[in-house]
Design a protein around this ligand. Structure first.
Ligand code: GDD
Ligand code: MN
Length: 427
């Protein structure tokens, strides 16, 4: 029934304002009264913009709002301070500044192509910092608006939802059949999409800060914009504040809920479920990627330090054996060189590779002992592999040495990572 949309509903312009977006289709009997009721209930000191988004209603809802704006607008300006520059040319937009704190505007869309697209168009042509979405048929009483806005201003990073199922709420005038459908749809959404922090994810009466949806792409067809926001904003981790209210079935006009809407709903839930699965997969993949990068960077540091150790070993052995620092027997000098290089390797690895800042004597000494042990194991392993490759596998000494050094260094890295510095081998 509805076409898929791919759009980001965020306009770049901002003012400290609340934009109330009201989608309408055949709401001729309600719309003027609703605008009046909203004006009567506006919180003081806040600039409010009412945006009616009409899909060319056959009953003339759009025309009624146009006439309303003209009648209430003796000093009418067709362009208000809220209107974006790039919308100057936008046709079918008429608005007034009926009083200093409230303006009314109607967007006349040519075709009826879905509730969500209508709301998104209202949002993207609005200028407010805060957006409130509500129905036109008085099911969502304007009396709740001040409380919702207050909650939002108090905690701007949450989505404020007027909820039918939180304690203190009620639903008046719905036939049993509609109540059952709503409850089932509610359970499906919460169970399939794992929405645990909200009792009424199907609400059409909610408010949020424009900033919150900046990088969100809305692309389901259907009726339930809130559902999509709950799944997509902040990777599904947005905080929600539910406010109890009394949902009253419409007194005038007819509901547009039909089988098509229900089928669209199932499609949307399926789509959002798949979306959740995919982003979970991407998160897992990213985690895995991060782990391998971390592993490689640590291995890189470890081997760099290993190379520096060879240099330390060489220089110290040389200085101790040729009379510059001392004149030791070359075996003694090399022994001291090896101990010095293991020691410098240890401290460099502790501080740089494994970023361990605990230098308490006991802890450090214990690690040093282990590092020494692991290095000895590495050396023994290197010798054993070398011996095996040359003697039993008949390989050339030069090649065998490279292999033996590579295997021994890797085992050295892994053993020290796990046992000396108590890290997971992977990650
Ligand atoms: N522009 C536009 N285009 N507006 C529409 C369209 C459309 O295709 N379809 C419906 N609307 C408007 C209606 O004029 C009304 O203001 C609002 O959207 C809700 O439509 P209703 O027909 O009154 O819906 P409902 O009462 O059955 O459903 C309500 O309850 C649901 C929860 O069970 C709505 O609040 C839903 O948003 C809500 O999810
Ligand atoms: Mn309704």
């Amino acid at each position: 029934m509805y076409q898929n949309q791919r759009q980001s509903p965020v306009s770049p312009r901002r003012t400290k304002t609340v934009s109330i977006v009201i989608p309408t289709y055949n709401e001729a009997e309600n719309i003027s009264r609703l605008i009046e009721a909203i004006k009567d209930n506006l919180p003081s000191g806040i600039f409010t913009e009412i945006i009616v988004v009409d899909d060319n209603s056959p009953d003339g809802t759009g025309k009624i709002v146009e006439t309303y704006t003209q009648n209430n607008n003796n000093s009418a300006t067709k362009k208000s301070s809220l209107q974006r520059q790039d919308q100057k040319q936008e046709q079918n937009v008429l608005e007034i500044n009926s009083n200093k704190n409230c303006s009314v505007k109607v967007i006349n869309r040519e075709n009826r192509n879905g509730l969500i697209p209508a709301i998104l168009q209202g949002i993207s042509s609005s200028g407010g910092d805060y957006i409130l979405v509500m129905d036109a048929d008085f099911s969502h009483s304007p009396e709740n608006i001040p409380r919702m806005i207050e909650e939002l201003l108090h905690n701007p990073d949450q989505i404020v939802v007027a909820s039918r199922y939180v304690k203190g709420s009620s639903v008046v005038g719905w036939p049993v059949k509609r109540k059952i459908i709503s409850r089932c749809a509610n359970i499906i959404a919460r169970y399939v999409l794992r929405l645990c922090n909200i009792t009424d994810p199907m609400s059409g009466f909610f408010a949020f800060r424009r900033h919150l949806i900046e990088n969100v792409t809305i692309d389901t067809s259907g009726y339930k914009l809130l559902l999509e926001l709950l799944v997509k904003v902040n990777g599904g981790n947005t905080r929600v504040r539910e406010i109890p209210y009394t949902f009253t079935d419409r007194q005038s006009g007819r509901s547009k809920m039909d089988n098509g809407v229900m089928i669209d709903y199932i499609k949307a839930v399926w789509h959002l479920y798949r979306y959740g699965q995919k982003s979970k997969q991407t998160t897992e993949q990213n985690k895995e990627k991060r782990k391998s990068i971390l592993f490689l960077s640590k291995a890189g540091r470890f081997f760099t330090i290993g190379a520096s150790g060879l240099l330390v070993n060489y220089v110290i052995s040389y200085l101790l054996s040729n009379g510059i620092l001392a004149n030791l027997w070359y075996v003694q000098a090399t022994g001291i060189g090896i101990i010095c290089s293991i020691t410098s390797n240890f401290f460099l690895n502790k501080a740089w590779t494994f970023e361990d800042r605990n230098f308490s004597a006991r802890h450090t000494l214990r690690q040093y002992g282990l590092f020494f042990g692991m290095s000895s194991i590495g050396a023994a392993l290197q010798l054993a592999i070398l011996y095996f490759l040359v003697e039993s596998a008949d390989m050339k000494y030069e090649v065998s040495l490279i292999l033996a050094v590579a295997i021994a260094s890797m085992s050295n890295f892994l053993l020290n990572k796990k046992w000396t510095f108590r890290e997971k081998v992977w990650g």
